[in-house]
Design a protein around this ligand. Structure first.
Ligand SMILES: *[C@@H]1O[C@H](CO)[C@@H](O)[C@H](O)[C@H]1NC(C)=O
Ligand SMILES: *[C@@H]1O[C@H](CO)[C@@H](O)[C@H](O)[C@H]1NC(C)=O
Ligand SMILES: *[C@@H]1O[C@H](CO)[C@@H](O)[C@H](O)[C@H]1NC(C)=O
Length: 199
């Protein structure tokens, strides 16, 4: 009984924390993210080797009929020099997600054939002392008709460095995000990933 109550309270707490504390925009609804059989509860710390390939995504208890846009952003990229502010790295920006008709563990899955505007590359946070796990956010938006990366955001998307998602939303005229989630990977995790870029 006590356990049930504690679990219920903890679970209720996570219902409002699909994005990390301090991240704007805050999102309350969980984007279901699966890497193989691993379900990402918001903030789950995972091995680099387990997130090298693009995950399966979906949502619970909703019928999705439109097209959606997914961003994945590392918000803990180390800055240059001591005391430098942390920046962001864009790990994926993928368009044209639609309901696939399949379900997994109660999630209605989404699928896309798109590999851009920025293809998925798995987390590989560089070593740091002291260690600093990186948070990788997943953010799903409704995709506006005739969506294209706005001119003001093209360089940022191409370089993948220091994307400001609030600015991107404004420039691309996106509505508020619908679903979000995040995972963490420890800095310096050297489990095998299979790509060179560190972020
Ligand atoms: C998220 O939940 C909080 C707490 O209930 C609420 O204040 C906030 O308006 C909600 N935000 C969104 C975007 O639904
Ligand atoms: C199924 O989804 C729930 C959340 O809705 C999650 O807690 C659980 O770990 C998931 N299980 C599997 C096997 O994916
Ligand atoms: C989805 O709906 C079922 C049945 O109403 C409920 O048990 C479950 O908690 C809901 N899941 C979410 C993530 O809202």
């Amino acid at each position: 009984m006590l356990f049930t109550t504690v679990a219920a309270i903890l679970f209720a707490g996570t219902a409002f924390a699909q994005t990390p504390a301090g991240f704007a925009p805050a999102v309350n609804k969980t984007l279901d993210v699966y890497y193989g059989t691993t379900y990402i509860t918001p903030g789950l710390l995972v091995k680099k080797s387990s997130v090298s390939k693009i995950p399966v995504i979906g949502v619970a208890n909703a019928t999705l009929t439109g097209k959606y846009l997914l961003a994945m952003i590392d918000i803990d990229a180390p800055g240059q020099g001591a005391n430098a502010k942390r920046g962001t790295v864009l790990h994926a920006l993928l368009t044209d997600w639609t309901a696939s008709g399949a379900t997994q563990n109660g999630s209605t899955l989404l699928t896309t054939k798109a590999t851009g505007p920025a293809s998925y590359f798995g987390p590989a946070p560089p070593a740091e002392t002291p260690q600093h796990p990186h948070k990788y956010l997943f953010i799903l938006h409704e995709q506006p008709a005739n969506f294209a990366v706005p001119a003001s955001q093209k360089a940022v998307v191409q370089s993948r460095l220091n994307i400001d998602w609030v600015k991107f939303i404004a420039d691309a005229k996106l509505s508020e995000p619908l679903y979000a989630n995040y995972l963490q990977v420890q800095s310096g995790d050297n489990t095998k990933r299979g790509m060179e870029f560190e972020a």
